[in-house]
Design a protein around this ligand. Structure first.
Ligand code: SF4
Length: 91
């Protein structure tokens, strides 16, 4: 692998930040599972790792900033259910 490819790979690695694990899913259920903006049950859960909601999002508040995953991965925006997978903050 050449230097440019390595640099590109490190950027891609940085961008896929939240792991889609059963442990993270269970944490998410405690937060997205009570979110006022999502239908219940919200699918596919773990929006910061899996992408957008399959149901309608009506913005009435976002529980993500209170979630340990949000803090652990230093996420920086809201409504991953609407915007899709999270990107890590680099500051
Ligand atoms: S940050 Fe939001 S979408 Fe991601 S696991 Fe936590 S509650 Fe779910």
């Amino acid at each position: 692998m050449g230097r440019n490819e390595k640099e590109l790979k490190s950027v891609i690695d940085l961008k896929s930040v939240v792991s889609d694990t059963s442990e993270n899913l269970n944490i998410c259920k405690q937060y997205c599972g009570t979110c006022p903006s999502l239908p219940f049950s919200p699918n596919p859960y773990l929006f910061c790792a899996r992408g957008c909601s399959s149901g309608n999002v009506e913005k009435k508040g976002c529980n993500c900033p209170g979630c340990p995953i949000y803090k652990n991965y230093r996420l920086g925006s809201l409504y991953f259910c609407e915007t899709g997978k999270a990107e890590e903050r680099r500051d």
